[in-house]
Design a binder for this molecule. Structure first.
Ligand SMILES: [Zn+2]
Length: 314
């Protein structure tokens, strides 16, 4: 399998993984491209078979309209401590036209609308239909299709924890470029497999997330993917949600056997497992804000677990 970003076929093997969250069967090997340092999962998924994978294995949380809350404005010390600005949506200025690819239940769309934006969303989870009908959101249910929009229509496009899931990220970025106006920007958040977490936790790092994460971008491979799509990297930084570290500690302790779903990640969490003394101790550590300080330190050093890329259309 050639590198999905630079198309070269020179790589070294990194590690092999199984689905350590939802128990999808099989082993998947991750390789690193020797030309652009892009890490990618060797797989045989097609856009169709990947739909089947998500339908059967990826849990969809049940959604109640009454509990719908727009995303909040994040600023101030507490937001900084929590790493809240890790998400793409909070980098969008008011009164612009924005598309959120992978908009979930539409919380970001409500946030943008309240700030005078003309907001659009794309989401594969059909739960979004009910929300969109109730609140009048402009949402396309399904995958992102650039031809659904007029060319050079948007000021901003956001992809929060999305690009690592798609089969062909360069094609996705080309589509995004098509609908952006010149000078328009794409804000992308995606896990950083060159950060401290992947080094320390090895195969138990939460963000390998095989076989759902097909790509782990290097700064170089994102730059190349952007260039191929007619975009340029304007900014790269790491901002990570402090809660990821709590999830990480729990994941290390409750790491499942191959083919078994994790007691932590499964939708119906196992109460007996979560009652363990270790989990309680780690939750206490989290409440004492120790995870927050560790996360802020590594983000400051530029080796945090989550990268934020800003790409601009030339
Ligand atoms: Zn490559």
């Amino acid at each position: 399998m050639n590198c999905p970003v630079c198309s070269r076929q020179v790589y070294k093997a990194c590690m092999s993984f199984y689905d350590d969250r939802y128990g999808y069967p099989g082993e998947f090997s991750l390789v690193q491209c020797s030309a652009c340092n892009h890490r990618y999962l060797k797989h045989e998924f097609t856009p169709d078979s990947i739909k089947a994978l998500y339908t059967s294995y990826y849990p969809r949380s049940s959604f109640s309209l009454e509990r719908f809350r727009p995303r909040k404005e994040v600023r101030g010390f507490k937001a900084w401590l929590n790493g809240s600005r890790r998400s793409a949506y909070c980098w969008i200025p008011p009164k612009v036209r924005v598309l959120d690819i992978g908009c979930g239940f539409g919380e970001s769309l409500a946030y943008h609308a309240a700030r005078g934006c003309d907001a659009y969303g794309v989401e594969v989870d059909e739960n979004i239909k009910r929300v969109a009908e109730r609140f009048g959101f402009k949402v396309h249910v399904g995958t992102f299709e650039p031809n659904d929009y007029s060319p050079v229509f948007f000021d901003y496009v956001t992809m929060d924890q999305v690009l690592e899931h798609v089969v062909d990220p360069v094609e996705t970025l080309r589509g995004v470029e098509q609908i952006l106006r010149p000078g328009g920007k794409v804000i992308i958040s995606t896990p950083n497999s060159s950060g401290w977490g992947a080094h320390l936790f090895g195969r138990r790092w939460i963000n390998w997330h095989a076989p759902y994460h097909l790509h782990h971008f290097s700064v170089q491979s994102m730059g190349l993917a952007a260039e191929k799509a007619g975009l340029a990297v304007e900014q790269v930084r790491t901002i990570t949600m402090s809660e990821w570290l709590l999830y990480q500690w729990i994941h290390v302790v409750l790491f499942p056997k191959p083919g078994e779903p994790s007691a932590f990640w499964a939708l119906e969490k196992s109460k007996a497992d979560l009652d363990k003394i270790w989990i309680k101790a780690m939750t206490l550590v989290h409440h004492l804000k120790i995870n927050h300080l560790i996360t802020r330190m590594f983000d400051q050093l530029g080796v945090g677990d989550n990268r934020l890329f800003v790409l601009i259309k030339k």
